[in-house]
Write a new protein. Sequence first.
Length: 301
Amino acid sequence: MERWKIIKAFTLGPLLEATIPKPGNVNRFRDFEDLTFYDFLFADTSILDILYESTQIGIMLRRGSLEMSEARIGELIKRAVQNSKSVQNSNPNFGVITLSIPLVMALTISKHIYHAREIVQRLITESTVRDTMEFYRAIRIASPKGIKGGVKYDVHDGAVFDELFKDRINLRKLAELSRERELIFEEWLKGYELSYKTFLRLKELTESSSLEKSTARAFLELMASKPDTLIIRKAGPEEARRVQEKAKRVLEGKLSMEELDEFLREEGDLRNPGSLADIMAISLSLLILDGYNLKGKLSQQ
């Protein structure tokens, strides 16, 4: 696929995700105390050079100039996080970075948008231990909330890099070990199943409704279908299930979207469905890459 179409789509998608009002998330009308709409704008545009480099690697992989194991996914994720941290102090886009870079590479190699699912799984499978080490350095820089200590391959353990090297833990093995704790890893392993499913739902909804209404609806359905792993890490599984049940009640007409939004914000960002927001950012990127635009859409706004 054409590199600049991919870069533009994966820049606009996260910006749309941050802009469109969705329950419990930062948007153009609502901030958190330590995370604002402007953090997203600065962070999401700071990684343009890394997206470009990811497409360059994709082109080299397509030509056979590089092997899949030479894609340097971990290093690119780390450098993107460094870019993000250089322009703001929060952590607005670690999940989006981690999902975007392998998929951007895969899309550059692919002939069409759906073929990338198979290729991105190969990239993760053929990644190296160095990729995992660089990914761990990225986590330390981003410092996401709720990262659990005392687990196998604890990111904060001083000896973790020796352990990763000794046990030959590449990104696929890491994802297999951690898939229950983080939705990103599940996406790596399943070829971005949830992201593509949400993209197709957005594609269906936007045929008859505005982008804003379609995104809010698709996000609500996401929340009702799956507990958010960021909420699990910060507040525990029971709280994540409460959020999921509240979303189901909105779909059933028993609760309003405004009531859900206020419930999610009662405890600051503790119930912020951030992992699902990362999925939405990727899904919106795929929607844009698939050709969605605002021409002829004014009647839906």
